[in-house]
Design a protein around this ligand. Sequence first.
Ligand code: ZN
Length: 65
Amino acid sequence: MEEIKETQKLVANDRCDVCGAQAYIRVELEGGDLLFCNHHGNANKSKLEPLVINWYDQSEELTKR
Ligand SMILES: [Zn+2]
């Protein structure tokens, strides 16, 4: 049985670690999680890619409503 952990879901209160805008992307790294807005997620993607365990892009989920 697989459940999506509540902690993996971004909410409106989650903030980009770089600029403080609403976070749409959660990046799971060995050392912990990072949150990014769309802009900084994409800006850091290639840099972080070798270290990423999971990349959750929730921009679609959060913008449609
Ligand atoms: Zn940002």
